[in-house]
Design a protein around this ligand. Structure first.
Ligand SMILES: [Zn+2]
Length: 257
């Protein structure tokens, strides 16, 4: 009884919440990080506004990467959940906030009407900061290459970030994410040019890749958004959401072991 009282008093003195005494002499060999996903965003806001929104409003992320200078700010500890993913899904997993780390990058996102949008570049200094940060997080938490994703991957109906200017290929070159082999893709393009697979094939393959996508064989708006999200990442030159031979080849190579 006396010992408990002393521990309680010590906890109070240390400014901690009171709790039972815990003996940490022993430690198990078997454990892993709870973090399984890394989600990349742009803020669509300038730096001061990004900082204000992410620290004082109802959204947050673990990291914020400035533009110039590309300072990396940690806004939420990695062992706490931040509110950056929202309604989300990948490979059948949902509610990715609780098991992910979020990186917000200061970038204004798109400007202009849907058919005439412009997207600002990510400055090289900022890209280097993001790559270094992703490497560090992946090394510490053992995050799988197929679980380093954009917000537009896990919420394609609502989100376009980090957008077509984000250098996914650079992450692939660093060995951080999987990338479709260029020679295999080139060899499949003529086959799909001769006969483009139907919409259901695209929907099946997009689902196999990880997206939440309708499976109705119809090129409806939700399906086009998913196709566009895929193109934005792997073929950012054209991301109109329309199935074509190159998109089919990329998708086929990514989903065929
Ligand atoms: Zn986002």
């Amino acid at each position: 009884m006396k010992r408990i009282y002393l521990a309680f008093a010590a906890a109070l003195l240390a400014g901690c919440a009171a709790g039972p005494p815990i003996d940490t002499t022993y430690y198990s060999l078997q454990h892993r990080s709870r973090v399984q996903w890394l989600i990349i965003h742009y803020t669509a806001l300038d730096f001061p506004t990004s900082l204000r929104v992410l620290t004082q409003q109802r959204v947050s992320s673990h990291y914020l990467v400035g533009e110039r200078p590309a300072t990396i700010y940690r806004l939420v500890d990695e062992d706490r959940s931040a509110y950056h993913a929202g309604l989300s899904s990948w490979q059948g997993y949902t509610n990715l906030n609780d098991s992910s780390i979020g990186i917000e990058i200061v970038n204004l996102g798109y400007e202009g009407a849907p058919l005439n949008r412009t997207w600002p570049e990510y400055p090289p200094e900022q890209v280097e900061a993001v790559v270094a940060l992703v490497k560090k997080i992946v090394a510490e938490h053992g995050i799988r290459p197929d679980r380093i994703l954009g917000h537009s991957d896990i919420a394609p109906q609502r989100k376009t970030d980090p957008g077509p200017k984000f250098p996914w290929k650079r992450l692939a070159d660093e060995g951080l994410i999987t990338w479709p082999d260029a020679a295999r893709v080139a060899s499949r393009i003529p086959i799909h040019e001769a006969l483009l697979p139907d919409v259901l094939w695209f929907q099946d393959r997009l689902a196999q890749h990880g997206f939440a996508v309708p499976k109705n064989g119809v090129l409806d708006e939700p399906t086009r958004r998913v196709v566009a999200a895929f193109q934005m990442k792997y073929r950012p030159a054209v991301f109109d959401g329309l199935p074509d031979a190159q998109t089919a080849a990329l998708l086929e190579v990514l989903t065929t072991p």
